[in-house]
Design a protein around this ligand. Structure first.
Ligand code: SF4
Length: 374
């Protein structure tokens, strides 16, 4: 492990629009690089510009707390923060990797979030998060905290190969259970499922069953992207070592898409598989509304529900107009109640979408959405 301490100029990143997976529009990375060294990690891609050897070299943003103290202070903001979760983790680093034991940047960020009263979401693969149960509980009581764990499956052997420096799936599930017993809502990020290794019906079913037993509130699912360059080269080198017979099958589904996507047929197969298995276990496939409905403002809530409907329909292989309407609403400056009479003038909003929007404005929910989430 090579540690380099660096000074960052800024920490908080604002998304252009609220993220429908995390219900967040602010994110932060406190480290550059990740010692967990997952074989499939997207953090290896050139776009992140992570220096040195990924998985071994790590940069610590040593002044992160000092900067965030200023960035998070609402008194120093000309425009108030959007109402949503602050996201800690995700991106190309895990906030609870080994270096956190000593540097405690994530813990200190949580103290700032507690002080300023923001809701927070965390995403990790590390059981070190148990150390921060005390502060996470306090945030949850005050403004809400949600803890998410990512898994490629719950198979111990696959995890040892593809997530070499991460606590085993069983340990992660136990940690989820600990947080649940302490009143904290938890999500499983079943992503990425690894083609031909963790994407079978049996593997996905096992992951959902164990997540349900641990008490998770929802599961977010995704396939694996392999971008040409460092990420793909490293993944294929490990695949060749452990599962050489799969190489040709991979070449059949990764055909050089610039975002590293697999073929449409493959995505449809695994999405429909996940859809029917989560139905079987009555497991929500998106964060349930009751966990975020009091946090968002009106437009964002409508936009989020439309995006969720869009996702749930596409998961079943159906065409959906709702994503476009959601995108248009994300660009509006006025509250939707003020444009209630002119909803059809919003791009992508037809008569059915208009009805859904009005129902959300009147009741806080949509019966169509509720049905899809069941
Ligand atoms: S824990 Fe996440 S960020 Fe870290 S190596 Fe694994 S996939 Fe990448």
């Amino acid at each position: 492990m090579n540690i380099k301490e660096i000074k960052a100029k800024s920490i908080l990143r604002k998304h252009k629009k609220i993220d429908s997976w995390f219900i967040s529009c602010y994110a932060m990375n406190l480290y550059r690089g990740c010692l967990h060294n997952c074989v499939y990690c997207d953090g290896r891609t050139e776009k992140y510009q992570i220096q040195g050897e990924f998985g071994k070299d790590i940069e610590i943003k040593i002044n992160a707390i000092e900067i965030l103290q200023r960035e998070l202070d609402p008194k120093r903001k000309r425009k108030p923060f959007k109402k949503c979760f602050m996201m800690v983790g995700g991106g190309a680093c895990d906030g609870y990797q080994k270096t956190e034991e000593k540097y405690q940047l994530t813990r200190n960020v949580l103290h700032l979030i507690e002080k300023f009263g923001y809701p927070v979401q965390l995403l990790t693969k590390s059981t070190l998060i148990e150390r921060d149960l005390d502060v996470i509980k306090r945030i949850n009581e005050k403004s809400r905290a949600i803890v998410n764990f990512s898994f490629s499956s719950v198979d111990e052997k696959i995890s040892q190969i593809f997530e070499p420096n991460v606590p085993s799936p069983e340990k992660r599930l136990n940690t989820i259970n600990l947080f649940k017993r302490n009143g904290i809502s938890c999500g499983m990020f079943l992503m990425p499922v690894i083609p031909f290794l963790t994407d079978s019906p049996e593997m996905i079913e096992n992951s959902i069953r164990k997540a349900k037993d641990a008490g998770v509130d929802y599961i977010i699912f995704s396939g694996m992207t392999l971008k040409i360059g460092r990420q793909q080269d490293y993944f294929y080198s490990q695949l060749k070592k452990h599962f050489p017979n799969l190489i040709s099958k991979y070449h059949n589904i990764y055909k050089g898409d610039k975002w590293g996507n697999v073929t449409h047929e493959y995505y449809s197969t695994i999405n429909q598989r996940f859809d029917s298995l989560t139905n079987k276990f009555q497991m929500p496939k998106r964060m349930p509304l009751h966990l975020f409905q009091n946090i968002l403002d009106e437009n964002d809530k409508v936009m989020l529900i439309l995006e969720h409907i869009d996702y749930l329909l596409k998961l079943k292989g159906q065409i959906s107009p709702y994503g476009y309407a959601a995108w248009s609403i994300s660009k509006l400056d006025q509250p939707l109640t003020e444009t209630r009479q002119k909803l059809r003038s919003i791009k992508g909003v037809g008569s059915v979408t208009e009805k859904i929007i009005k129902e959300i404005l009147d009741t806080g929910n949509s019966s169509y959405y509720k049905k899809l989430m069941e």
